[in-house]
Design a protein around this ligand. Structure first.
Ligand code: NAD
Length: 334
């Protein structure tokens, strides 16, 4: 079966790995139309794929009506040559220093997501995959029996009352757009609540893993929040986050408009993560300092992945040990 993929935010951490995994598929009949405005990435991330005729890249902005109209027309023009059209919305204002900006968050993450969904419906795409976030669980990021489930109650009552929460609230709204589109029979699709995703080759390394590695490398020490002494997280390699997107996109029965957690169950405290990185970097007595405290930082963020593993063949294959080795090898060679 041949597929035409329309991917927003294609040079970001999720988008660029999706391109690689789609191009690596054995049947080789798929085609990708992808765009990014380089808000938080660059064309460098897909430079190894640019020469491949199956991947067409455009420097477009999700919020630019003219460019989006043109993009939709391209999809419509090429659609007949493929069995299925799949939209994947990766474009978003993601990193912490950005998502305190409520208008950017709203315009791209909420309005832009919905405009892209409406475009998918208009051109007659079969499927839409919406990237949401586990931040919607706020302070209730785990439960009595371990991993928080997609159908556990969400509560905003103790969410941090700051602009930061606009990111989670915006993403939650997109889950309702997705649900409505499927419930009203317009398209198939689902939303994905990713846990902390990391990659060995973030173009602008901002997440905690590259932050720790680069701090040890550049400053000989790492400065963490006080919360890091006990707060635990799981980390999902972007190889696995992308294989989950494709597994869901390939499973029609899973595309019922609902939400899927995508994560690992390998928990580690941030402090132990820093010590593990140091050990892997050959630093025997790592200098780890603590500064600042974030009131609304959940102690754990552990997601149940029973739903996705029951409904698709997906399971993560890159454990933290292997993922960290790859990150360290890559960041130290820069
Ligand atoms: N990385 C994580 O830990 C994580 C966790 C939960 C959810 N997510 C979600 O997964 C999705 C992908 O995130 P990512 O980790 O690849 O982030 P990323 O920042 O690496 O990629 C997002 C991409 O979107 C692009 N973009 C931003 N605004 C745009 C616009 N107006 N027009 C076109 N492109 C635009 C950026 O330039 C970037 O390349 C996002 O929806 C994000 O919210 C990520």
């Amino acid at each position: 079966m041949s597929k035409l993929y329309a991917i927003s935010g294609v040079t970001g951490m999720t988008g660029n790995e999706l391109v690689r995994q789609i191009l690596a598929k054995k049947d080789g009949n798929d085609h990708i139309l992808g765009f990014d405005n380089f808000f938080a990435s660059s064309v460098e991330t897909v430079k190894d794929c640019i020469g491949d005729a199956r991947f067409e890249f455009f420097e477009y902005d999700l919020n630019n009506k003219v460019q989006m109209e043109y993009f939709g027309k391209m999809v419509a023009d090429q659609k007949q040559a493929y069995d299925e059209v799949i939209y994947i919305n990766c474009a978003a204002v993601v990193h912490t220093e950005h998502f305190y900006h409520v208008y950017d968050t709203f315009e791209t993450n909420v309005s832009g997501m919905n405009d892209f969904l409406q475009q998918a419906i208009r051109v007659g795409a079969e499927k839409y995959i919406n990237c949401s976030t586990s931040e919607v669980y706020s302070m209730h990021s785990w439960n009595e029996s371990g991993g928080v489930r997609e159908d556990d109650f969400l509560t905003m009552a103790d969410a941090e009352h700051s602009q930061r929460t606009s990111y989670a609230v915006g993403k939650l709204m997109t889950e309702f757009f997705m649900r409505d589109a499927v419930d009203t029979g317009k398209i198939k699709g689902c939303s994905i609540r990713f846990a902390n995703v990391y990659s060995r080759n973030e173009r602008f390394p901002k997440h905690i893993i590259p932050f720790i590695i680069n701090s040890f490398r550049d400053n000989g020490k790492v400065v963490l929040l006080e919360n890091s002494r006990k707060n635990r997280r799981t980390f999902l390699n972007n190889y696995d986050s992308c294989s989950a997107v494709l597994a869901l996109a390939d499973t029609d029965s899973a595309l019922d408009g609902t939400v899927y957690n995508v994560a690992t169950d390998e928990e580690i405290s941030i402090l132990d993560l820093a010590k593990l990185c140091a050990a892997k970097m050959g630093i025997t007595n790592p200098v780890i300092e603590f500064e600042g405290y974030r009131e609304s930082d959940p102690e754990r963020r552990l997601l149940s992945t029973e739903k996705i593993t029951a409904r698709t063949s997906w399971k993560p294959v890159v454990d933290l040990n292997k993922g960290l080795d790859e990150c360290i090898a890559n960041y130290l060679s820069r």
